[in-house]
Design a protein around this ligand. Structure first.
Ligand SMILES: [Zn+2]
Length: 425
């Protein structure tokens, strides 16, 4: 079974686009999946509301919902009495206890893992230091954490999502991860074999963006971007409900200030040179003639240290300029700012604003910057959402899923595998 899918609500009221379902022998059609995803992402709702939102006739909706109810993917939530209507309507919801997912975020130092329900609510979490970055050691360590979390969850694990910093090819291979010092590691196959579970692999910023798209500050927005500030600069982009493949490099080395400092690649005044945590600590350390860490840099800036304040303000201004450029180039008007270094924004909001406004004209759309600090368990949650987006709703009916043995890890991001489907009623 190979499948990949996402839902595209369209502006055409009588149509619903479902993109990217490919499968055979599935018990749940792509159209039914679209209904299930709508309920998953936007919460319990009545049949009437669902039919209206999705542009479906009541009869079509009933037909699409039936297999979801039979499979236990959707349940009828408690009846809501509508005054004056004389009839109770049973809102449809997902069964929050049916499926469990595990998300794993790999860093150079540690494995961060979470168990979530299907709405990516974290139920349990674990951080384990990595003793070695040898592939076999990491696979064994991740498998051990996943097994421990799985047996503690008291439920069947539907799938595992794993994310890493760096380039991931085809949803299966860590092509290049400078953090792990890995090249061309077929991590999904290795973990799938070790665990006997469906495993999905992606870049860590992609996972974080997907989590925001379905369950966070991007929910309900057709387009938004996410920018993470930390050891590197991460960038995720959703346009018209589709995750746009973004390379790791271009935004992180976006030119900001021709008289700025150099990054490790030799760019003068690129975003990384001004905003990444190693660049910021290097500049403050040089000014103070001793090693100064990132948190201390922020503390120094907070207490008015001139060198730290200057570096923090320059970084914040660079962030504002990058936000303005992202909006100009993509049209998104919401940018979610995150990553372990994002607290810098709180110290220098006016510098962010200054950078944002520097090249604006009067007609420039207003950028809505949402600051959302996230710890590594939130990144692991993003990894779980990578698995949720690929697997929901599991096609096997309740109680039989474990009978069909370990599933082959499902397909990657091959656009050729996508199918467009339009439903009219
Ligand atoms: Zn650079």
């Amino acid at each position: 079974m190979v499948r990949r899918w996402a839902v595209l609500p369209t502006s055409r009221p009588r149509e619903l686009a479902v993109i990217g379902y490919e499968g055979s022998g599935s018990l749940i059609s792509a159209s039914s999946r679209a209904v299930a995803v709508e309920v998953l992402v936007h919460g319990a709702q009545s049949r009437a509301r669902l039919a209206q939102k999705m542009g479906l006739s009541p009869a079509t909706l009933t037909r699409l919902v039936r297999p979801l109810l039979n499979a236990g993917v959707l349940i009828e939530a408690e009846a809501v009495r509508t005054p004056g209507r004389g009839r109770s309507s049973l809102p449809l919801d997902v069964d929050p206890n049916r499926d469990r997912f595990i998300g794993v975020k790999l860093t150079r130092e540690s494995i961060y893992a979470v168990v979530t329900d299907v709405r990516s609510r974290i139920l349990d979490e674990r951080a384990v230091p990595l003793a070695s970055l040898e592939v076999a050691d990491v696979v064994a360590a991740v498998a051990e954490v996943v097994r421990a979390l799985g047996s503690g969850s008291g439920a069947r694990i539907t799938a595992v999502g794993v994310t890493v910093g760096g380039r991931v090819d085809g949803g299966g291979t860590v092509a290049d991860s400078p953090f792990l010092r890995w090249r061309d590691v077929p991590l999904r196959a290795l973990l799938g074999r070790a665990l006997g579970l469906a495993v999905h692999l992606d870049n860590d910023v992609v996972g974080l963006t997907r989590a925001q798209q379905w369950f966070g500050h991007g929910r309900g927005l057709p387009s938004f971007a996410l920018l993470t500030v930390g050891a590197g600069i991460g960038y995720g982009l959703v346009v018209n409900d589709e995750m746009v493949p973004t390379l790791v490099g271009p935004v992180s080395h976006y030119p900001i200030d021709p008289s700025g400092p150099l990054c490790s690649l030799g760019h003068r005044g690129c975003l990384t040179a001004l905003l990444s945590s190693p660049s910021i600590t290097a500049a403050v350390s040089a000014a103070h003639g001793r090693a100064v860490g990132y948190d201390e840099t922020l503390d120094l800036a907070r207490t008015g240290d001139a060198a730290a304040l200057r570096v923090v303000r320059d970084g914040a201004r660079a962030l504002g300029r990058a936000a303005s450029a992202i909006t100009a180039l993509t049209g998104v008007t919401r940018i979610i700012l995150s990553g372990e270094g994002v607290h810098l924004v709180d110290l220098a909001r006016s510098s962010v604003e200054q950078g944002r406004a520097e090249y604006d004209d009067d007609d420039a759309p207003r950028v809505d910057l949402v600051v959302r600090p996230m710890d590594f368990f939130e990144w692991a949650r993003g990894a779980a959402v990578v698995a949720i987006q690929r697997e929901f709703p599991p096609s096997a009916p309740r109680g039989t899923a474990s009978d069909d043995g370990p599933r082959r890890p499902s397909g990657g991001d091959d656009p050729a595998a996508r199918v467009d489907l339009y439903i009219s009623s």
